[in-house]
Design a protein around this ligand. Structure first.
Ligand code: NAP
Length: 256
């Protein structure tokens, strides 16, 4: 029997692939057989080198996702350099922290533009390619959006982040509704508290750090590599009938 999680011959775009969760997901997909387009504003050289060391093809695609200007080019460059596109992981994201009463328009727009607007338009560009390919030769595609615990909860001092990640939940379901019959699976992964740059401020805050750890049934912060298995699953044919799902990988946080 062939391995249902095998990604050999697939090409995956991973945004924000130079560090943290994006790098871990890119390398997990590469380990499962996928070739990698490592997209971001900081060149993901280490990720590309490690994917190549695993025997995969891997290319850097430079793009700043604070606007939607690069989205079509990302798809075109990936197809040109790697010969196709079957998997998109929308991972690039930012966070800004301030009390709601003081929150600025700049902090609102920066986060919502990167975390939600660019995600939608990159889904659109990739989705058009995947749907056209499905109609022509079968195969379709898999899209994985990176959500958050704040897709389900309110959070505190992060209004634009909560709005963007709650939006990712709705967008993932909308796209699944439209594209499930067109060969494209759209799902999301909601990481719990993962030790990366994104959460450095929380990890450094003794009081918040303790209250977070006290609530995680697993008793530890997640590591970026904890997300790899969920990404491989959702990118693989094992998930062909999984649509519009938001898969929490959170050490049990939401179960509390
Ligand atoms: P991270 O280490 O800060 O990584 C964020 C990635 O996004 C970096 O590669 C960053 O590139 C990229 N990025 C940010 N703005 C960009 C832009 N304008 N254009 C292109 N790339 C951009 O954080 P992380 O924790 O791995 O976060 C990855 C994703 O997981 C985010 O969507 C985040 O919201 C989500 N998430 C994280 C956690 C957690 O606990 N860590 C929990 C839930 C969800 P640069 O290096 O160039 O800045």
């Amino acid at each position: 029997m062939t391995n249902p999680f095998d990604l050999s011959g697939k090409v995956a775009i991973v945004t924000g692939a130079n560090t943290g969760i994006g790098q871990a997901i890119a390398l997990a997909l590469a380990e499962a057989g996928a070739d990698i387009a490592a997209v971001g504003r900081t060149p993901a050289q280490e990720t590309v080198d490690k994917a190549r060391a695993l025997g995969r093809r891997a290319e850097i695609v430079s793009a700043d996702l604070s606007t939607i200007e690069p989205v079509q080019r990302i798809v075109d460059e990936t197809v040109d350099k790697l010969g196709g596109l079957g998997i998109l992981v929308n991972n690039a994201g930012i966070i800004r922290r301030a009390d709601a009463v003081d929150f600025t328009e700049e902090d609102w727009d920066a986060v919502v533009d990167t975390n939600l607007k660019s995600v939608f338009f990159l889904c659109q560009a990739a989705g058009r390619h995947m749907i056209a390919r499905h109609e022509k030769e079968g195969g379709g595609g898999k899209i994985i959006n990176i959500a958050s615990m704040l897709t389900f909860q309110g959070g505190i001092r992060v209004p634009s982040y909560t709005a963007s990640k709650s939006g990712i939940g709705g967008l993932t379901k909308l796209l699944a509704n439209e594209w499930a019959s067109k060969g494209v699976n759209v799902n999301a992964i909601a990481p719990g508290y993962i030790a990366t740059n994104n959460t450095a401020a929380l990890q450094a805050d003794e009081v918040r750090n303790k209250s977070i750890l006290d609530r995680i049934p697993a008793g530890r912060w997640g590591d970026a590599s904890d997300l790899g298995g969920a990404a491989v699953f959702l990118a693989s044919r094992a998930a062909d009938y999984v649509q519009g799902h938001i898969l929490a990988v959170d050490g049990g946080w939401l179960a509390r």
